[in-house]
Write a protein that binds this ligand. Structure first.
Ligand SMILES: *Cc1c(COP(=O)(O)O)cnc(C)c1O
Length: 297
């Protein structure tokens, strides 16, 4: 006898359970990629994505990749060989992002948080004050570190940077939290945010997102790690539509993403956050203790 029945639900942070509406939106024949229909879907996505991150001033970029691709897009567009990054560790994922930067010739320094504890803003402030030559160009931090389920206080880290009067870019990985936890990129003074499709954004794996604020866009102008495929300048909104995606668009994913973003807009972002908060406070948490439990089926 088997007790298994119905749809399989895997309670891990991602890929998460995809709502039927999103699956249904993806199940279609391929339209003309040069036609107006797909352009309208894409335009809608480029309007909605800044809203869900609380970014009003800046640009959003979509990569055809997982979150690791978004990490690489962030690194290659803002940093140069020999730059130094301060990695605020609160679990495994921040370290892996830092290792990717090191692979590209960026110097990294890891500031360790106590085991399974959030990053201490005072330690960040002290380290930045000690950086007399302003060698540190960027700070990597995770909003939710999925490996430890720790959540970091991003506004407090911003205040620490400001208290040290340090110019480093604040870059935040929201892969596990975008669409689940309150997040206000502009209001919190974040320079660059990234996410991926397969967690609280309810779309299958395959899309990465990078939100770049004015200071990240300014750093882009002199970054020497830029590569042709990920380059922000090449991904212009003015030219042919396919340039936004560096080539043929991931058509089915775009239809799915448009549907997921419509669901979020219809429910109301604040209501989505409140729902996740309510569900994550129940004893039935997912296996790893993460907070991206969903009930939008
Ligand atoms: C899942 C996750 C990643 C890795 O995403 P991939 O899509 O597997 O590359 C990175 N950071 C966080 C916080 C995550 O939860």
């Amino acid at each position: 006898m088997s007790l298994a029945g119905g749809r399989e639900h895997v309670a891990i942070p991602g890929p998460s359970v995809i709502p039927d509406r999103v699956l249904a939106a993806m199940h279609r024949s391929m339209p003309d990629i040069y036609g107006d229909e797909l352009l309208a879907v894409s335009d809608e996505i480029y309007v909605e994505l800044p809203r869900i991150a609380g970014m009003h001033d800046g640009r959003v970029f979509v990569t055809i990749s997982n979150g690791h691709g978004a990490w690489e897009m962030a690194i290659s567009n803002t940093l140069s060989r020999g730059d130094k990054v301060l990695v605020l560790e609160s679990g495994r994922f921040a370290v892996t992002w830092g290792e990717m930067a090191a692979f590209s010739g960026v110097k990294t320094e890891v500031l360790h948080a106590p085991e399974r504890r959030p990053v201490d803003p005072l330690a960040v402030e002290a380290r930045l004050r000690a950086d007399i030559t302003r060698e540190i160009k960027a700070i990597f931090v995770l909003y939710t570190d999925t490996a430890s389920s720790v959540m970091n206080d991003i506004p407090a880290i911003r205040r620490a940077i400001d208290a040290a009067v340090h110019p480093a870019l604040l870059m935040v990985d929201c892969i596990a939290s975008m669409g689940a936890e309150r997040y206000e990129m502009d209001a919190w003074g974040v320079d660059l945010t990234l996410a991926a499709s397969q967690k609280a954004l309810m779309v299958p794996p395959g899309l990465g997102f990078v939100w770049a604020g004015p200071r990240a866009l300014a750093a882009h102008r002199h970054a020497d790690l830029r590569t042709g495929y990920f380059d922000w300048t090449a991904r212009t909104l003015d030219g042919p539509h396919y340039l936004r995606y560096g080539g043929t668009m991931p058509v089915a994913h775009l239809y799915g993403l448009r549907e997921a973003l419509t669901m979020i807009r219809t429910e109301g972002l604040a209501n989505v956050w409140a729902r996740h908060a309510a569900l994550s406070s129940k004893p039935t948490r997912s296996m790893c203790g993460c907070r991206c439990v969903k009930s939008m089926l």
